[in-house]
Design a protein around this ligand. Structure first.
Ligand code: PLP
Length: 417
């Protein structure tokens, strides 16, 4: 028996149960994925035992010869992949990475223009509930009522009036291309720094499936655990002139010792992301999202912006006479795990919004292609038509489990299932 099962069978059993869940459902939350066995091995390694406050060759603890090499590898790989002048791979996750950018570029106060949370932006882009909207003066841009796409004219007008020192672009729930060049033009016009948060689309940006944020942005932030398929973590990439301020903000500004096991796993994920196989994967992620969108449209669903350019689609459940929560709940009973989400100009609350967000990163990692996306679109339609029918949903759950069995989940030991 392995140490976990013998020392703590309770936790071991719960992990096994979660492994079975992850293997037997269609995981369609667009920010989730399956990390590779190599990434998981580094994440669970003895690197967790070591304290390493500081940066390579500038540490506050002895015994860093291996850690320095690992962090330098991760930094160099990040710089090469994102075509960045500088990389910091220590942020504990995406939100701390963004927080470090606020601290590094603005200090403890300043004016920021970011994408409205209700329009698809992230909490850290200026939402009142987060540190960003609490400590900084924020203004939000949104979407066009006509087409549901980012309203660049509004962003420009607000920037001229508000004169932000920093503009955030990038989103958590936006199915179309983000025009980094347009944001850069706005930022230059008003003398603001441009920050591109590519957490959701980093993989697409480094494989040519979405325009790259550099050289348009001054700073790029990303989580490492979504499309990038690394461990849970964050990174900040920036121009050399901002390197000192960013590094100082991460450590000692916000954090103590870096999570070395995560740094190593990020290095592994970045190596994997530089391969032709990963470029093929990202191409398929987008092809799958487009096929899913087609399948849903054919079955009568209304999609925000009418389709997708990236890894996600946003269903307007309200247009089908449903709420986002009721559809997401029924989908889960049918074995399709997604999340209820606001749609543009949603009249419903964030707790019970009108949309459902579906992403293809995890399904594509399992090897599914366009044919399976059409099947999934059919499952979603059958779920929507049988929202309260427990038998129908149980039957769908079995069809989903059968489909999942044909596409084993990487990183999940069949012995756990
Ligand atoms: C665009 C964007 N930025 C930042 C984050 C924050 O990442 P984390 O949850 O790792 O703090 C997210 C998370 O979903 C995100 O979508």
């Amino acid at each position: 028996m392995d140490p976990l099962h013998s020392i703590d069978p309770q936790v071991a059993a719960l992990i096994d149960k979660e492994a079975r869940r992850q293997a037997s459902v269609l995981r369609m939350i667009p920010s989730e994925n399956y990390a590779s066995p190599a990434v998981l091995a580094a994440t669970g390694s003895i690197l967790s035992n070591k304290y390493s406050e500081g940066y390579p060759a500038k540490r506050y603890y002895q015994g860093q010869e291996n850690i320095d090499e690992i962090e330098t590898l991760a930094i160099e790989r990040a710089k090469a992949l994102f075509q960045a002048e500088h990389a910091n791979v220590q942020p504990y996750s995406g939100s701390p990475a963004n927080m470090a950018v606020y601290l590094g570029l603005l200090g403890k106060s300043g004016r920021v223009l970011g994408m409205d949370l209700a329009a698809g932006g992230h909490l850290t882009h200026g939402a009142k509930a987060s540190f960003s909207g609490t400590y900084y003066e924020v203004m939000s841009y949104g979407l066009s009522r006509e087409n549901g796409r980012i309203d660049y004219a509004q962003a420009r007008r607000l920037a001229r009036e508000f004169k932000p020192q920093m503009i955030f672009c990038g989103a958590s729930s936006y199915p179309r291309v983000v025009d980094f060049a347009a944001f850069a033009e706005i930022a230059r016009e008003v003398g603001a720094r441009l920050v591109a948060d590519v957490s959701h689309i980093s993989g697409l940006c480094v494989t040519g499936q979405h325009p790259a944020p550099f050289p348009h942005a001054d700073v790029v932030t990303s989580t490492t655990h979504k499309l990038l398929r690394g461990p849970r973590g964050g990174m900040i990439l920036c121009r050399e002139e901002l390197a000192k301020a960013i590094d100082k903000a991460v450590f000692p500004g916000l954090q103590g010792g870096p999570h070395n096991q995560t740094t190593a796993a990020i290095a592994v994920a970045l190596k994997e992301a530089a391969t032709p196989a990963y470029a093929d994967y990202c191409r398929q992620v987008v092809a799958n999202a487009k096929a899913l969108a087609e399948g849903l449209l054919e079955r009568g669903f209304t999609l925000v912006t009418g389709g997708t350019d990236n890894h996600l689609v946003l269903i307007d459940a309200g247009a089908a006479g449903l709420t986002g929560k009721s559809l997401a709940g029924a989908l889960e009973r049918a074995g399709i795990v997604a999340n209820a989400n606001k749609i543009p100009f949603d009249s419903r609350s964030a707790n019970d919004p009108s949309g459902v967000r579906l992403g293809t990163p995890a399904l594509t990692t399992r090897g599914m292609t366009e044919a399976e996306m059409d099947l999934v679109a059919g499952f979603v339609a059958q779920t929507a038509a049988n929202l309260e029918d427990a038998t129908a949903l149980a039957n769908l759950r079995q069809l989903v489990a059968d489909l999942c069995a044909d596409f084993p989940a990487p990183g999940i030991d069949p012995g756990q299932c």
